[in-house]
Design a binder for this molecule. Structure first.
Ligand code: F3S
Length: 66
């Protein structure tokens, strides 16, 4: 599973980081990016899905594996 954050949609609500801190980084403005290339380590898929479901801006999505 691989995830991405759309920087044009993220408004810095930080729910992603609160729910799945291993999968997201927040920059100095509180905007989110995925850790590394967005590949979700085994066992963290549920956290990733929780983050996707809880972003109020629908900025997080599952993306195709490279
Ligand atoms: Fe941004 Fe959504 Fe996270 S708005 S900081 S991707 S909860």
């Amino acid at each position: 599973m691989r995830i991405g954050v759309d920087p044009t949609k993220c408004q810095g609500h930080a729910r992603c980081y609160g729910l799945a801190p291993a999968l997201f980084d927040l920059d100095e403005y509180g905007l989110s990016t995925v850790v590394g290339d967005g590949k979700v380590p085994g066992g963290l898929e549920d956290e990733a899905r929780l983050a996707i479901a809880n972003c109020p801006e629908y900025a997080i999505s599952e993306v195709a594996e490279i």
